[in-house]
Design a protein. Structure first.
Length: 366
């Protein structure tokens, strides 16, 4: 913490040689430490000259005063810069939090891209593990084929580093840890930062050139990845719920098949055909799910039709046909209050006997 005075820069190992010396003239140098308000190091002030008489005590004190003034100015600049960075990071995290209020895969992809840009990374990926196999769930940025193939082959940087370091978040560079050096080289990566969200999912950021991330950057990225993890968890729970609902609705369709003496797999065929038509019409994925659920339930109103009519081997009378034609409305009345059922599925139950020419029922839509 004291000023260093060097009378012979060329031969003093403590001195800083700013440029190669071209003459034999000895250079003098003062190195003044620049300290912040708490006494921590900010940098140094170097003063060199080609004179032999040496720095006077007055010159030395003057340069030290200049150093204190410079340290104060430098500290203010750094504090201002840090505050601006914190504000920017807070705004970015707030924006990310608002984006993650949605519960769909597209929002997750958009959020991953935002985290990648926030971390100034070339590529970002969310990986998951199924039956011990690492797969790429989503990726953003310059995600090279080599990197994708490496992950798909089970060479996930996140999992490898997790085993090597036993941490929930970690940075890996080409220098360390040595166990991953060859893997990084194969993937063309100079640095990576991974956050293990849970036992299955990880978020990994990659750089294909340059150094790794600073401590403050890693802290911000870790918070961002945790927020992504919350959405990943919600989507997983929603998927589990959807699978449970789909199984229950399909069971209802199968029960109707048995009661109505329908041909085997009628319910599944209707669902597959409906979904295939929707896909050809470029209907969004979420809407296609609702169409499948509606297909499972389309005949649920037949629970209100007597067996004697449903299973009658002879031609139905006009009165019996009128009773059968009530089943779309009966079905709609049964499902209208199911909170998890989308409106599209309810509409399918109500309108599945309408026709293009307006001769369908119950509303004779054309």
């Amino acid at each position: 913490r004291e000023t260093l005075y060097s009378r012979d820069v060329e031969n003093d190992p403590r001195a800083v040689k700013l440029t190669p010396s071209t003459t034999s003239t000895a250079l003098e140098q003062l190195t003044v430490p620049l300290l912040d308000s708490s006494g921590g190091p900010l940098g140094t002030l170097l003063v060199s000259r080609e004179l032999m008489q040496g720095f006077t005590q007055l010159e030395k004190r003057l340069i030290e005063v200049i150093g204190r003034v410079a340290a104060g100015a430098l500290e203010r600049v750094q504090v201002t810069r840090d505050l601006q960075l914190q504000v920017k990071e807070s705004q970015s995290l707030l924006s990310l939090a608002q984006l993650l209020e949605n519960n769909d895969e597209q929002s997750l992809l958009t959020a991953l891209e935002r985290v990648r840009m926030l971390g100034k990374a070339d590529a970002a990926v969310i990986t998951d593990v199924n039956n011990g196999q690492v797969t790429t769930r989503l990726y953003s940025g310059a995600f090279t084929k080599a990197l994708r193939d490496g992950l798909e082959a089970g060479m996930s940087l996140a999992k490898a580093a997790s085993l090597a370091m036993n941490r929930r978040s970690f940075q890996v560079t080409t220098e360390r840890p040595p166990e991953l050096r060859s893997l990084l080289h194969q993937l063309g990566v100079t640095a990576a930062f991974a956050v293990v969200i849970d036992d299955i999912n990880s978020v990994v950021l990659y750089r294909f050139s340059g150094d790794g991330w600073s401590a403050s950057e890693r802290q911000m990225l870790e918070a961002s990845a945790r927020m992504l993890g919350a959405l990943v968890g919600r989507l997983g729970r929603l998927k589990t719920l959807e699978n449970g609902y789909a199984s229950a609705l399909k069971t209802i369709g199968l029960a109707l098949e048995m009661r109505d003496l329908e041909t085997a797999n009628h319910t599944e065929r209707v669902a597959l055909l409906s979904e295939a038509v929707a896909e050809q019409l470029c209907v969004p994925k979420e809407e296609r799910l609702a169409i499948r659920w509606g297909a499972y339930l389309h005949d649920i109103g037949k629970f209100g039709v007597p067996d004697a009519i449903l299973q009658k081997p002879a031609r139905l009378s006009e009165a019996e046909m009128l009773l059968v034609r009530e089943h779309p409305q009966l079905g709609f009345d049964l499902v209208r209050d199911l909170p998890f059922l989308p409106n599209t599925a309810r509409d399918i139950v109500l309108y599945h006997h309408e026709r293009w020419d307006g001769r369908g029922y119950p509303s004779r839509l054309a």
